[in-house]
Structures are given as C-alpha cells and as structure tokens.
Write a protein that binds this ligand. Structure first.
Ligand code: CA
Length: 378
C-alpha cells in the first residue's frame, strides 16, 4: 500500500506549513541511523514520499532489458515500504534513449538505466564499465566491479558528470550474430555490412567490414530488405523474439565482442545524497539484486530460447573458425590498447581491467573452463 494513500493533501499542507516535513527531513539526514530504526514503528504520516523518475535507454517493457529496469524500480519501491516511489520511463517517453545520461546528470530525472558504452562520446574509457571485446564474463565483471576496484574507477569516471553509477543487470555471453554467408576466413568479413556497435564495431571495421549502428526496432527490417548483411543483437532470448531466424541462415558464436555486458543504474549525485542512510542502502541493495536477477533470467531464458531456435526453427548454429577468432582477438587488443593510450585515467582503468583479466584467465583455467570442458564430454 502506498504511503500517500494514508496521507491526504490537506494533512500534508498542514505538516508542511508547520515546518514539520522539513524538520523530519533534516532529522533523517543528520541522524540517519536513528531515523531508520525508528521508521519501522513511526506512523506513515510523519514522512513525505520521495518520488524519483527513472529514464531508460530501452523501449518500455522491452523483454529482459526494459523489464529489468521495471524490476529495479519495483525493488526500490517495495524495500522502502512506499517511502520511495520510482517511476520508469521507456526510451522516448520523457527523453530519447541516448539523452538519459545528460538528463540524470542535470537532475531532471534522478535515475537512469542503460549501458556505459552508450556514452563513449563523453569519454571512450566508459566502455570498460560495460564490456570490451575479449574482456570479462558476467561473473568476472561482478568480481572486478564489486571486489577488484572497478566500481571505484567507474564512480571516479562519472563523478564530474554528477552521476553515481551502479551495476544493474547483465545478459551473460552474447551470440556472435546472424549471417547469410558462411564465415570461413577473415576475408569473408570484407565488405560485409553488419549491425555491430561499440568497440566490437571498431574491431569489425579493422577486419574489413562496415559496422552499422541501428536501434533494435529497425534490425529485422534492415536484414529483410538487405540494408545490412549481418546483425548482432543479444542472444537466443532476445534474438528469438525479434525473429531473426526468418531472415538469416546462420547463427554464429561466440559473442567475442560482448562477453558479459554490465548494464548500469545511474543516480544523480544530489538526489542520492539527499536520501537518509537507510534509503541509500536500499537503492544500492536493489541495484545489486536487479544485477543478479537479470543474469539469472537471461541464463534461464537463453537455455529455453536456444532449444526453440534449434529444435523448432531448425536454425543452423556455427562457430566462428579459430583463425577468425584469433585475428579478431589481436585486432581487439590493438583497439583497446589505443583507447588506453588516450590519457592517464584511461591507462589506469585499462591496467586495472587487464590485470584483473589476466588473473581471471588463470583461475578460470582451473575452475569454469576446466569444469565446463569436462561436463560437455559425452
Ligand atoms: Ca549486442
């Protein structure tokens, strides 16, 4: 039940004119712990509901991504027991998808849900906090961000924009994309027009292809009409929903360009700092929960969708040849190193990221990789 249901406008007016609401807020800020302990027993009438807007880069209710943003808002609303009310706006509802960063930075919306690589125009180093080709898996991204110094660097990167970032979703390893042509060597990518954004797109360009960035909603038609020759979107769950199997022959793997993209919650700094300590903890916790829940959802739905694509729609799954992947890997290293050379901060982020990756490669040899290899043996 919503707190404002308890509290009529007249009552709010009375409280406000008596200076009680601002006095309550002041107490909350100064004595956060005390207020937090008291709030469990204090009647609802002593507080005003904090209303936040969450703008997103996803179409409203878009499966997995838009619904992930909805889930995050719902968590904050539930955990705060109605003391906060976060309302989600899909792309274009309040502002266009790619304007949400500035909107949160200005404080017009208190919160946003997107992915850091969308803001590479602000600073190319931001891309490290979403994904880089041949980078970290979802599990490793969480390790780097929460325990390996990654989140502190991310916060430093967004600080001058007045934004506090938090991980808030991951889709796991993506697929390599849909093609109508067999990819047998790197030269098969030559002249190919493919929807592949970000650093992956830059690598694809150096391999001789033409990367195109189109929004999700236009991809099916672009493939059908031949405007593009190939497309990468996410993985089985989202790709099945878009119906790419109707317009492409081969579904290639692995998604070398997006091995575990972290999605982000962006929070306006003043809005966050104005919250009492218990609500700050609730917002942080809700982001962590949403981060884990999205990965669980994608893991499970990808399993089912892959089954449908292969067994019902008879999609032909192909692995990129080893030689192609090796070439793409070396081009990726080149692209990422060039990015790191831009300035001292980019170098600092690159070193933190690549040191973590080196250790993760070492450990995964004896853990995930060793286990998955043996589990797959028939
Ligand atoms: Ca993708």
């Amino acid at each position: 039940m919503k707190r404002r249901d308890f509290l009529g406008k007249a009552a709010l007016g009375t409280l406000a004119s008596a200076g009680i609401l601002s006095a309550c807020n002041k107490t909350e800020n100064n004595e956060a712990t005390k207020t937090s302990a008291a709030s469990a027993t204090t009647p609802a009438t002593s507080q005003e509901v904090i209303k936040w807007k969450m703008v997103t880069t996803w179409p409203k209710n878009f499966p997995g991504l838009g619904t992930g943003a909805n889930n995050l808002a719902e968590k904050i609303n539930q955990l705060s027991a109605g003391r906060m009310e976060v309302k989600v706006y899909g792309a274009g509802e309040l502002v266009p998808a790619l304007e949400i960063f500035d909107t949160v930075s200005r404080g017009t919306a208190q919160m946003g849900h997107g992915a850091a690589y969308y803001w590479k125009g602000k600073n190319e180093v931001f891309q490290f906090f979403s994904t880089v080709p041949f980078g970290l898996t979802a599990q490793e991204m969480n390790g780097w961000l929460y325990n390996g110094g990654g989140l502190e660097l991310w916060q430093k990167a967004y600080a001058s924009h007045n934004i506090i970032p938090m991980p808030a979703g991951n889709m796991g390893v993506q697929m390599g994309g849909w093609f109508n042509k067999e990819i047998n060597s790197l030269s098969d990518l030559n002249g190919l027009k493919m929807r592949i954004p970000g650093l992956g797109g830059e690598v694809f360009k150096r391999a001789g292809g033409t990367p195109v960035n189109l929004p999700g909603g236009e991809l099916f038609t672009a493939m059908q009409s031949g405007t593009i020759d190939a497309v990468e979107w996410v993985g089985p769950y989202n790709d099945l929903a878009f119906g790419f199997y109707k317009v492409a022959k081969f579904y290639y793997y692995p998604g070398w360009h997006e091995p575990g993209t972290t999605l982000e919650a962006m929070i306006n700094k003043e809005a966050f700092e104005a919250l009492p300590a218990d609500l700050q903890a609730i917002v942080k916790t809700a982001c962590q929960v949403a981060n884990h829940e999205m990965l669980a959802e994608y893991t499970s739905r990808n399993n089912d969708a892959l089954d449908t694509l292969v067994n019902k729609h008879k999609v032909e799954i192909r692995r990129f040849p080893e030689e192609v992947l090796t070439e793409l890997r070396s081009l990726s290293d080149q692209v990422v190193k060039e990015l790191a050379a831009k300035d001292a901060f980019a170098q600092e982020v690159y070193e933190s990221f690549s040191n973590y990756r080196d250790k993760a490669v070492h450990w995964s040899e004896y853990s995930e990789r060793a286990y998955l290899n043996i589990r797959a043996k028939k």
